[in-house]
Design a binder for this molecule. Structure first.
Ligand code: SF4
Length: 345
């Protein structure tokens, strides 16, 4: 057996499985360095930071780059129940993890995947696909299901004792929770992907962007997290704040250097939501957005004019909003059904 101390990279979401995978490596004297991925659609850093602290491992958070977006738009291995391209996403994460592993001189990678636990990315075949396409092959060890899988290089070389790994399979968490207690992990998180792409309503906004908008950017994806979205035309959308915090977010987003918004609309003579027109604006688009603002305003007296301030670049102007049939009947994008032709269903 090679006695050089070995080091691995562990993907740490902060969920129970990744915590167990790390603890199993530590039990075998392997040094662990944790890696967490932040995408536009995830929100797990606090959980992963807390888990890293609890496990006493160093944590590096990597942010997804723009090369992640084509994965959302055309996933090679299809979507899950929402707009979540989990297999492609995992491949992307492991490719980045491999680069990180090489940079810091680690020997292999571990993840908390369990065969059959998640329908989209943890079927046995999916695990093989992920290992193969991330170029990791047998440098990727899944300690929780290792005994159901062929021995990886760390096991064959004796860096890791395969006998002390597990053969979990399926969706039940009972055995995992028992193992957590044995390993002294008391804080057992409830299962959650922490990823908006798995949520049905959010997924509709993603499919709208992918299937209808010819021009889209990272900024457009960031904006999916804020407000009520209405489509005016293939190029133009209206986003309305749902509360004061979102109104402020829209104003901030309008001024970002990569903003795709053409106009910011703010009620001047009454209290109501801020609206952002993304893509090219027009007289009609502005009237539509003004009508939507009134639709979500607890209305002042109809005798009062509904004056709205329009900011476009360094110019401002005013107009009087009126409700129109189009703005009254417009469906939220989250209420619209989309075909899922963009990927495997
Ligand atoms: S749930 Fe989201 S972050 Fe997790 S693998 Fe799927 S797409 Fe990626």
């Amino acid at each position: 057996m090679n006695t050089r101390p070995r080091k691995c990279i562990a993907l740490l979401s902060g969920g129970l499985d990744s915590k167990l995978a790390i603890r199993l490596m530590q039990e075998q004297g392997i040094e662990v360095e944790a890696l967490n991925f932040k995408t536009v659609f995830t929100c797990c850093q606090d959980v992963s930071a807390q888990a890293a602290h609890e496990l006493n491992v160093r944590l590096t958070v990597l942010t997804q780059e723009d090369d992640y977006l084509p994965i959302i738009e055309q996933p090679r291995f299809g979507y899950g129940k929402g707009a979540n391209p989990c297999v492609d996403c995992r491949i992307y994460m492991f490719q980045k993890a491999k680069t990180f592993m090489e940079e810091i001189g680690a020997d292999f990678i571990v993840s908390g995947e369990v065969i059959g636990q998640r329908p989209m990315s943890q079927k046995r075949r999916d695990l093989d696909v992920i290992s193969y396409h991330s170029d990791l092959e047998d440098l990727l060890l899944r300690p929780l299901s290792a005994k159901m899988l062929p021995p990886t290089l760390p096991e064959r070389e004796g860096w890791v004792d395969r006998e002390r790994l597990y053969g979990f399979c399926g969706r039940s968490r009972k055995g995992l929770i028992e193992l957590a207690h044995q390993l002294g992990i008391e804080d057992i998180p409830t299962p959650s992907t922490g990823c908006s792409l798995t949520e049905p309503q959010f997924s509709r906004k993603v499919f709208d962007l992918i299937q209808i908008a010819p021009q889209r950017s990272r900024w457009d994806y960031e904006m999916l997290k804020v407000g009520r979205h209405f489509r005016f035309s293939a190029e133009t959308k209206v986003i309305l704040g749902r509360n004061e915090a979102e109104n402020t977010q829209l104003e901030y987003a309008y001024r970002m250097p990569d903003s795709q918004a053409s106009e910011l609309l703010e009620p001047e003579s009454f209290f109501g939501p801020t609206a952002l027109i993304t893509g090219p604006s027009s007289e009609e688009a502005r009237r539509f957005a003004g009508g939507l603002i009134l639709r979500y305003t607890r209305r002042l007296s109809p005798d009062n004019p509904a004056t709205i301030k329009v900011t476009a670049g360094d110019k401002t102007s005013m107009f009087e909003a009126v409700e129109t049939i189009q703005s009254k009947e417009a469906k939220l994008i989250t209420e619209t059904e989309f075909s899922r032709t963009t990927g495997r269903c």
